[in-house]
Design a protein around this ligand. Structure first.
Ligand SMILES: NC(=O)c1ccc[n+]([C@@H]2O[C@H](COP(=O)([O-])OP(=O)(O)OC[C@H]3O[C@@H](n4cnc5c(N)ncnc54)[C@H](O)[C@@H]3O)[C@@H](O)[C@H]2O)c1
Length: 259
């Protein structure tokens, strides 16, 4: 078992568990965090059942709160938990089929979404790279999206959800994630800290049939991405096999962005 830990943000969501399993299967103990206590507990219980010999620490953390992030860092330091693998996964993704709380004004929306989707990545890398710089070793993986490359196809959403449009914030965040990834890859390369991002297309997750069919028309491989597709890439990025890769945006989209 590695004496170093992996840290995953937004671990209570759909993809978080794939990141967690990738690390645990490689004998890396983990700290999972999410703002949503219920979702975090659910994932924790699932993981504990499957990986009972591993250390899995759960921590409720609101990435919109800078003080909480700083306290979290101090808390892990006190427990001598050294983070060598950081997976910045959390994001507020406004999905059309979910009734999401609308904030009072668009400026609040901008601030909240960018704080979680971009500022938290910046803060967590700044903090936990202190561990990695001492180790002269570290892996940072940021979750981007196919929308880090292309603009959303609003027509597809409109056909199924006439009132919905994929927000500009998501595009700004995901393009920004690629920029942050390149920035830190180049800044820390001298200390063998590699920083890459992953850009999946939509993950198969009980989307309405009509919406899914419209989406599939745009994907050469004719399927949505799966949790395993993402897990496989995480496996690769934490392995020595990818030791010469840094600053890259790894696109797993069934060819969506090539046509
Ligand atoms: N699901 C997809 O189809 C898809 C496709 C491409 C990229 N992505 C990206 O992958 C990542 C994970 O996606 P997902 O589908 O698991 O998303 P999700 O919405 O299921 O999970 C995101 C998690 O982030 C948490 N979160 C929200 N606000 C937070 C806050 N203030 N502090 C801490 N945590 C907070 C949520 O509670 C949730 O558990 C995201 O960055 C997303 O943009 C997802």
């Amino acid at each position: 078992m590695s004496k170093y830990f992996g840290l995953i943000t937004g671990a209570g969501g759909l993809i978080g568990i794939a990141h967690a399993e990738a690390l645990l299967e490689n004998n890396i103990n983990i700290v999972i965090t999410d703002v949503d206590k219920k979702k975090l507990n659910l994932v924790f219980t699932k993981l504990k059942k499957k990986f009972n010999k591993h250390q899995i620490i759960k921590y409720q953390l609101d990435l919109n709160n800078v003080q909480e992030i700083q306290d979290f860092f101090v808390n892990l330091n006190k427990q001598k938990i050294i983070i060598k693998y950081l997976i910045n996964n959390a994001c507020v993704d406004s999905k059309p089929d979910l009734k999401q709380k609308k904030l009072k004004n668009i400026s609040d929306q901008w601030n909240l979404e960018l704080n979680i989707g971009l500022r938290s990545i910046y803060l967590l890398i700044e903090l936990f790279s202190q561990h990695m710089l001492k180790l002269k070793d570290g892996i940072i993986i940021n979750m981007a999206s196919d929308l880090s490359i292309i603009a959303p196809n609003q027509e597809i959403y409109k056909r199924q959800f006439p009132k919905f449009k994929k927000p500009a914030t998501y595009s700004a965040i995901k393009h920004g994630v690629v920029g942050l990834t390149k920035y830190y890859a180049s800044l820390y390369a001298h200390s063998n800290i590699r920083c890459n991002c992953i850009s999946p297309s939509g993950v198969d997750n009980k989307q309405p049939k009509k919406f899914k069919n419209d989406l599939l028309k745009l994907i050469p491989l004719k399927r949505l991405s799966s949790l395993d597709d993402i897990k496989n890439v995480v496996n690769f990025l934490i392995d020595k096999k990818s030791s010469y890769m840094t600053g890259q945006n790894i696109v797993i989209d069934g060819g969506r962005t090539i046509i």
